[in-house]
Design a protein around this ligand. Structure first.
Ligand code: SF4
Ligand code: SF4
Length: 343
């Protein structure tokens, strides 16, 4: 079996890219078949985000799954930060606004951690940071998975691909919080215009104006969602890592590795290297494109597919976009955990 399948294409946001995805899928050997429920894990974009992948790609994958006689559903989980995906109801509304509807896709759209975020289970991890991780119960409730990831930059992990999609994407809200616990804002006062956007957006009221009218952030309350950093129009907030700034990368990888151990015999991986933006689809607005469209990379292990995606895009766009993020630690730590193509 060929481990990695490449399909070059360009033309985002046009659906010119669809035939390339179709060709790639036709070469993938699906580890699921007739009658299986197959979850397509993807990100339908935060409310107000303009860079998310068009639902046409998800529809192409859903059709491929149906052609195999299986029963697809598209899913994501709720998030920590305020906005359009914090609750199941809100996230489904955002999905529909972005075209991710059952009517268009031909399959259900599901919030995998349930309507109240409690449809979760603990699974064994046994790693340095996490003995176990808490994830959506879908991890055990589907006959197969297609991990479909928009490869792009990210303000805390440098880049986001299949590893991040599995990690944050399957994680319960509590697990997301455990991973983010080391990320907090710090103010560059010279840049701050005291507009208050960071205070308005904070989901847990950790940000407030101090007596001198500059914002302050209560580290005891802050859940590390980084949303204030993302919305600041003056780029006056930086990440202040609570401990070693490698820890976030490592926690991300540990959660993905634990999930992968559970689903590896039922899953295939597809990365879309199109509209490769500086920031992830979690953030509202337009974000700079940092690398040309490349195409699609598919395979059978998230670390392998992410490594090939990085090789295709090159390190320079990620380094330029996020010079202070030790993003290389993701793949390095994956190797240390033996979270590689052999397991
Ligand atoms: S959003 Fe940025 S500029 Fe506005 S108050 Fe917060 S730190 Fe200052
Ligand atoms: S202060 Fe903390 S919890 Fe509030 S928006 Fe910023 S990172 Fe998130």
């Amino acid at each position: 079996m060929v481990d990695i399948i490449f399909r070059r294409t360009s033309g985002f946001p046009d659906t010119n890219c669809l035939p390339s995805l179709g060709e790639l899928l036709s070469e993938l050997k699906a580890p699921f078949g007739r009658g299986d429920r197959v979850g397509i894990k993807l990100h339908w974009g935060e409310e107000g985000n303009h860079g998310f992948l068009a639902p046409d790609y998800a529809r192409e994958i859903a059709q491929w799954v149906m052609d195999l006689g299986a029963r697809p559903f598209v899913f994501d989980t709720t998030v920590l930060y305020s906005g359009g995906r914090r609750t199941a109801e809100g996230s489904l509304k955002t999905a529909a606004e972005h075209g991710y509807t059952e009517a268009f896709l031909g399959c259900p759209v599901v919030i995998a951690d349930g309507p109240d975020g409690r449809d979760v289970i603990d699974i064994e991890a046994g790693f340095r940071h996490f003995d176990n991780v808490q994830v959506a119960s879908v991890v055990d409730n589907a006959g197969g998975f297609v991990i479909f990831s928009h490869f792009k930059g990210h303000l805390a992990s440098g880049f986001g691909g299949a590893v991040k999609n599995i990690s944050m994407g399957f994680a319960s809200r509590a697990q997301k919080q455990r991973m983010h616990a080391d990320v907090h804002p710090t103010l560059i006062r010279d840049k701050c215009t005291r507009c208050g956007s960071c205070i308005d957006v904070c989901p847990v009221s950790a940000a407030r104006f101090a007596s001198d009218d500059y914002p302050v952030y209560d580290g005891e309350i802050c859940i590390g969602c980084a949303q204030c950093i993302a919305v600041c129009p003056e780029v006056a907030l930086e990440i202040q890592w609570g401990s070693d700034n490698l820890v976030f990368q490592e926690k991300l990888v540990e959660t993905a590795a634990a999930v992968w151990r559970r689903i590896k015999d039922r899953a295939v991986i597809v990365n879309a290297l199109i509209n490769i933006t500086e920031e992830c689809d979690c953030l509202p607005g337009d974000h700079a494109v940092i690398a040309p469209d490349w195409g699609f990379i598919g395979g059978y292990h998230p670390v392998t597919v992410d490594a090939e995606s990085l090789a295709a895009v090159g390190a320079e766009p990620i380094d330029n976009a996020h010079p202070d993020i030790p993003w290389r630690r993701q793949l390095e730590y994956a190797r240390e955990l033996n979270f590689t193509a052999d397991c």
